[in-house]
Design a protein around this ligand. Structure first.
Ligand SMILES: Cc1cc2nc3c(=O)[nH]c(=O)nc-3n(C[C@H](O)[C@H](O)[C@H](O)COP(=O)(O)OP(=O)(O)OC[C@H]3O[C@@H](n4cnc5c(N)ncnc54)[C@H](O)[C@@H]3O)c2cc1C
Length: 407
């Protein structure tokens, strides 16, 4: 039987392992971390991701784990509301939904564990690739153990060791910001209605919403040019900032009161550095990169998990017919090129749209006069800004191409 080894049990690796194993393919899945409660990596699923979840037969799973739909999106500039859009938005049937990622990964693992041809190796990091002539023939773990494979799939995220060992180049897009992530107790306002607020005041910008597990989550944009320094020990070190006060000073009054009231319960923020880019080539004979390993996504408008799930459906369509035949390495390698050719156009387009969203925010960030004008004129021009924003969201919600799981 053809043996597949997948590296990384994030959204990409686990769902791919499930789809392949359910179709009779022998799969070994290797995950370095011992728990799915790893560093926070987002939990918003757009309609495109929810559609993938449905096609994968996981909709019932989502209803049984912590999840919460977004009810609306609202934008504030200089302490004034600019516009609001209710979910689900016009042309999409499903609201953007926050789904607990650890719970989703655990539930998918439970499903795939029912397949006899599946093996999960947890708490083991892959260190390098094994080669046979010019073809990847397996992996070596950090304890020296070797595992042979007819195909290795790198689903090991943005710092992919598989990508590095295969010497597949990652072309990075310049990024102007990192994110500080805060969790704090929620407020009745968000319990009643889960609005995703985007707030811009002076040089400060953040987004806030109630997460799937009921706490309030805040992503503060830490501009790399910002006076708040990433350098530990410097006078303006981000770790020394009074964040409850900093957030309150940027927030509308009703929210500022909540931040101040939660000063003691607020956890220290996590610094999440943003890597965005894509590989010109996702594969070599015997190895394929998928998800963030092939194209690390920006957190802007929650695209990474959605794109990863769509990569997985396309990979399944191309791989299963080949893998269900007696081992044919040339046919496997041909399928790898077809997977990249089908997925790449959407990834390029979605990363371009995310970059356009960042450019809009940077424009506002850079020109105080523009912020002032937009905030004062909101009652007059708010509906046009709203329409322009809505038009830009369509593909970020639905995807750029149609993706169907066919096998
Ligand atoms: C701050 C932030 C917020 C985000 N918010 C959202 C959001 O709301 N919605 C959304 O769709 N996307 C979001 N994203 C993007 C999203 O998190 C990623 O695109 C997505 O996680 C990619 O999934 P993946 O499975 O390809 O990689 P990952 O989720 O990174 O999983 C890779 C897995 O590989 C394992 N691994 C790594 N190296 C090895 C090794 N050597 N050996 C074995 N295992 C290894 C890791 O432990 C990990 O479990 C966000 C990203 C950031 C940074």
């Amino acid at each position: 039987m053809t043996q597949i080894v997948i590296i990384g049990a994030g959204p990409t690796g686990l769902t791919l392992a499930m789809l392949l194993a359910q179709r009779g393919i022998a799969v070994k899945l290797i995950e370095a971390s011992r728990s799915f409660r790893r560093i926070f990596r987002g939990e918003a699923l757009m309609p495109s991701g929810l559609d993938a979840i449905e096609q994968m037969g996981l909709s019932d799973v989502v209803t049984k784990i912590p999840h919460r739909a977004i009810d609306a999106w609202e934008f504030y500039i200089e302490n004034r509301p600019i516009f609001r859009v209710d979910e689900p938005m016009e042309s999409s049937g499903q609201p953007c939904t926050l789904v607990s990622q650890p719970a989703l990964l655990e539930a998918v693992l439970k499903k795939v564990n029912e397949c006899e041809n599946f093996e999960f190796i947890q708490g083991a990091a892959v260190r390098d690739l094994l080669w046979h002539s010019e073809r990847v023939a397996g992996i070596r773990l950090s304890d020296g153990q070797e595992i042979a494979a007819d195909l290795v799939i790198g689903a090991d995220g943005r710092n992919s060791i598989v990508r590095q060992q295969a010497q597949l180049e990652l072309v990075q897009a310049p990024q102007s910001f990192d994110i500080l992530w805060f969790k704090l107790p929620t407020s009745p306002t968000f319990q009643k209605e889960n609005v995703f607020y985007s707030v811009l005041r002076g040089q400060n910008a953040f987004g806030v919403f109630q997460g799937s597990e009921g706490n309030l989550q805040v992503g503060w944009s830490l501009n790399r040019e910002n006076p708040i320094s990433l350098k530990e020990g410097s006078a303006n070190d981000w770790q020394k900032v009074d964040w409850a006060e900093k957030l309150a000073a940027a927030a509308p009054d009703w929210l500022a009161n909540h931040f101040r009231a939660q000063k003691e319960t607020m956890e220290r923020p996590l610094l999440l550095s943003i890597v965005v880019g894509r590989c010109p080539q996702w594969h070599l004979p015997g190895v394929l990169l998928l998800g963030d390993a092939a194209h690390p996504m920006s957190p802007i408008r929650a695209q990474g998990i959605n794109m990863a799930l769509r990569d997985v459906m396309v990979a399944t369509n191309h791989l299963v017919p080949v893998l269900q035949q007696p081992a044919n390495l040339a046919a496997i390698d041909l399928a790898l090129a077809q997977i990249q050719a089908e997925r790449q156009p959407e990834i390029i387009e979605i990363q371009r749209l995310q970059q356009a969203e960042v450019a809009q925010a940077e424009l506002m960030h850079s020109y105080p006069i523009l912020r002032h004008a937009v905030s004062r004129l909101a009652p007059i021009i708010g509906s046009q800004i709203r329409k322009s924003w809505l038009d830009r969201q369509l593909q970020l919600r639905q995807g750029f191409t149609k993706v169907h799981l066919k096998v």
